[in-house]
Design a protein around this ligand. Structure first.
Ligand code: F55
Length: 815
């Protein structure tokens, strides 16, 4: 901030206020079209119109953003910095029109100019900068932090290519690149002045004073841009700052270029820019290698320098750093921030190790999102030390201090020391990122009650025994704005009418006020009409059929294959009983598999084959239909969720950390068929056991069956005729000869005990069919699911983080 800058100018108060009428919006559209795009309505392309609309909406939020920055600067508060390798923000235009209150006037203004609002808004793209639940959670938490006026910045990577686009060819998943920002991204504010420098490779040396110097072997620039994160019903507009890698200015080799060596001339720049080229489509299996570690350090190093730059705007004493800063690590992907902050404080700032370590531990908090041991990140020491020679020294030093503490607390417990060490020794030396994350933070949390308990009892047990006070639970939540208000406008209107106001949008516990309306027959009728209209909007055909949805990443632990066995069973029942009627169902799958995850891809292919077989069979298709739209993303989820009657949450108990789709579906009035896993348990506790179809092993039973080595899939196959028929059909090639790998794996060593849960699952589905036939009762239960799910608002989640972990208070933005 420049000295003497007029406060009103800084606040944007000196500027002409932006109008709130359709006529004024139209004027601003014309002006932006003319001055920003250099064209006129007569010659504008649809792309021109879209970009101009985006800018005109953005301007309304930019003004709030400036006031937010001024208010937050003045307050010098404790900031939340959310570090995440992934953000699944969803489309921005509709959200920003809603939050800026311009939706109605924008549409009027566009029509006035002879433009079709739907055609124009259709050009808005979704930045797919994440894989699944973890990335979408990051977006929901940012939304809630802004809504609650919490000073926060999200840091991430601006991948050129986001999560791949999924297509099907002969029922097989194929992946196409997603160059989402190829046309430019009107929501982005470049901030080249805040560029940072990131180092890699090289070696370390000691200077005369005994300080360690890192002499890097590669220098890359990190160029930030940000997108706005508006709060709902408040003037707060936070930001998410995304880094893009650039080669240094000297990385273009003019002499080579002049010699005609065009490729070689840009080699170095291309190499550097590869760092932010692509999001790894890796949902906890198959890891990318060195480039992924490079991405992680790139994110961490540039973000920490930016955080420190921001700290220094108002502060000078390092001991104040943790008072003004909390850095939340979204899983272990940004855990290098811990040794990086140590390096900055000790090597660059000259603080003592002990002071630096105290500051570092107080600053960070870590959220774990998994229970699968194979999903806990580790990095080979040889790779780590080549890429980050100084950081490996720091990790060793942290480990030494830490293991001394362990030895003091548990003398002569060598095995414990070996388990807890940040360095794994066998079969190969690797750095255990989760151990580093627990050691270097003041708080560790799981994402649902069961998950947090299992973390403390099993996955991170040794750590919870050492530091019980560090372990917390913060149950996930979802944005009621995006997943109810925006995704389901018809239901939102009905809820608002039922509750006599729309305060529920930022106070979701108010949904409880719908409970009495479950007994009101006319309200129930309207509730059903909304659901039907949402099915029609989705375009699924018969809106009277039960819409049964399973939408999530493909993973064996999530058990799409179990749903498939139920479908095949139902197919056989229909075929065997001609003339009998059945409850008509439309089963909808959507989701992507990691490209190298072959078992998951076999399941996808089999689903498509079964869908085609059923479709081609006129005896079955009146009662059963399987649809699998390609390329599941936030946009598609927003169309599917409001149309769902039944939500499939059927992971093996003890495997799904939380789930968040389960919450979105319950809030939109779907009933759940589910196991006692993740947040399902909390959903069932709240909506009531009568309004939830429970089946399957619980976690202790699953652990016992698997670890006892007594699981025998063959026995289930032999004892259950319907199961045998279903598996035989696959093995006999009844579905275009596809999917034998799936059946073989279920009958072989199946980690996820699918066949053990088959019978109770099919029985639960029979209960679903029976319940569906009593329309009024089903509707009552649907309303109760919505009414009792207010807890699953991300606003509640953020309040929990704020009070338990962050200890931050809001900063109100005033005019
Ligand atoms: C992405 C990259 C890697 Cl290397 C590993 C995992 C992921 C990822 O996308 N994980 C993920 O989405 N985890 C999910 O997080 C959700 C939010 O907490 C949970 O609800 C869900 O249970 C969990 O699987």
């Amino acid at each position: 901030l420049r000295k003497g800058a007029d406060m009103d100018v800084r606040n944007g108060m000196g500027l002409r206020p932006l109008g709130t009428s359709a006529a004024e919006f139209e004027q601003d559209l014309l002006s932006n079209l003319y001055y920003r795009r250099g064209t006129t309505v007569e010659s504008a392309s649809t792309q021109d119109a879209y970009e101009t609309l985006a800018l005109t909406v953005r301007d309304r939020l930019a003004e709030r953003r400036v006031r937010t920055a001024a208010a937050q600067y003045a307050a010098n508060p404790r900031w939340v910095y959310y570090l995440s390798a992934e953000y699944l923000l969803g489309k921005q235009l509709e959200q920003n029109m809603l939050y800026s209150g311009t939706d109605r006037i924008a549409r009027i203004a566009l029509r006035q100019l002879g433009l079709d609002p739907d055609e124009v808004t259709a050009l808005d793209l979704e930045p797919g900068l994440g894989n699944g639940g973890l990335g979408r959670l990051a977006a929901c938490l940012l939304d809630a932090m802004a809504t609650l006026d919490i000073p926060a910045v999200g840091y991430g990577i601006r991948y050129d290519f986001g999560i791949f686009k999924q297509d099907f060819q002969d029922g097989r998943q194929i992946e196409r690149p997603d160059d989402w920002a190829f046309q430019g991204n009107p929501w982005e504010f470049p901030a080249p002045d805040d560029q940072q420098t990131v180092f890699f490779y090289g070696h370390t040396e000691k200077d005369a004073a005994g300080r360690t110097l890192w002499i890097p072997g590669e220098v890359v620039f990190a160029e930030p841009s940000h997108m706005l994160v508006p709060g709902h019903g408040t003037d707060t507009v936070n930001i998410v700052r995304l880094w893009r890698a650039r080669g240094s200015h000297s990385s273009f080799d003019l002499s080579r270029f002049s010699a005609g060596q065009y490729a070689e001339a840009v080699d170095e720049a291309v190499h550097a820019e590869n760092i932010s080229k692509v999001l790894y489509p890796d949902d906890s299996t198959e890891s990318g290698r060195e480039l992924r570690l490079k991405q992680q350090y790139f994110l961490v190093s540039s973000s920490l320098r930016d955080i420190i730059r921001r700290f220094r705007l108002r502060n000078s004493d390092w001991t104040d750093f943790p008072k003004k800063t909390v850095i939340q690590l979204n899983d272990t992907h940004p855990t290098l921030a811990i040794p990086e902050l140590m390096r900055l404080l000790v090597d660059e700032e000259g603080l003592s190790w002990d002071l630096a370590w105290a500051i570092t531990k107080q600053t960070f908090a870590y959220t774990c999102h998994t229970l699968l041991p194979e999903a806990l990140e580790t990095w080979p020491v040889h790779m780590f030390e080549r890429l980050l020679p100084r950081h490996i020294e720091i990790v060793y030093a942290i480990n030494e201090i830490f293991l001394t503490e362990v030895r003091n607390r548990f003398p002569a417990d060598l095995d414990r020391v070996r388990r807890m060490s940040i360095i794994q020794e066998e079969p190969e030396r690797r750095v255990r990122m989760a151990n580093l994350a627990v050691v270097g933070t003041q708080a560790v949390n799981g994402v649902a009650e069961l998950h947090s308990r299992l973390l403390a009892d099993i996955t991170l047990r040794d750590f919870a025994e050492l530091w019980p006070e560090k372990f917390h639970n913060v149950t996930n939540g979802i944005s009621p704005r995006r997943f109810v208000k925006m995704a389901n406008p018809a239901l939102s209107d009905l809820i608002t009418e039922g509750l006599g106001g729309d305060a529920w949008i930022t106070d979701l516990d108010r949904l409880a006020g719908l409970e009495p309306l479950a007994e009101d027959a006319s309200f129930r009728l309207r509730w059903r009409e909304v659901k039907q209209a949402n099915k029609v909007r989705l375009g699924l055909g018969d809106p009277a059929s039960l819409t049964d949805v399973m939408i999530k990443r493909f993973h064996e632990y999530k058990r799409q294959q179990l749903k498939l066995l139920h479908i095949i069973t139902q197919y056989h029942r229909i075929k065997q009983n001609p003339g009998q009627t059945f409850v008509p169902r439309t089963v909808l799958f959507a989701g992507k598999a990691a490209p190298a995850y072959h078992a998951a891809k076999h399941i996808i292919r089999l689903i498509n084959a079964v869908a085609a077989t059923i479709d081609a069979d006129p005896a079955v298709s009146p009662y059963l239909k399987v649809v699998f739209p390609a390329n599941y993303n936030v946009t598609l989820s927003s169309l599917i969720i409001p149309a769902a009657d039944l939500s499939e949450q059927i992971s093996l108990a003890g495997k799904e950390a939380s789930g968040t789709g389960n919450m979105k579906l319950a809030l939109n009035g779907a009933l759940t068929v589910g196991t006692l896993d993740g947040a399902n348990i909390e959903i069932r506790d709240r909506v009531g056991a009568d309004n939830f179809f429970l089946f399957g092993l619980d976690t202790p039973a699953a652990l016992e069956l698997r670890n006892g080595g007594t699981y025998s899939p063959r026995a289930y196959y032999e004892q259950d005729g319907e199961l045998r028929r279903a598996l035989d059909a696959i093995l006999d090639g009844k579905f275009a000869g596809v999917g034998r790998e799936v059946a073989d794996s279920l009958l072989g060593w199946d980690e996820y005990l699918t066949l053990a849960d088959y019978r109770t699952y099919v029985d639960a589905q029979d209960d679903v069919d029976a319940a569906w036939q009593d329309t009024e009762s089903w509707t009552r239960r649907s309303i109760l699911n919505t009414a009792r799910s207010g807890f699953f608002s991300a606003d509640r989640t953020v309040r929990d983080y704020a009070s338990e972990i962050w200890h931050v208070t809001p900063v109100k933005v005033t005019r």
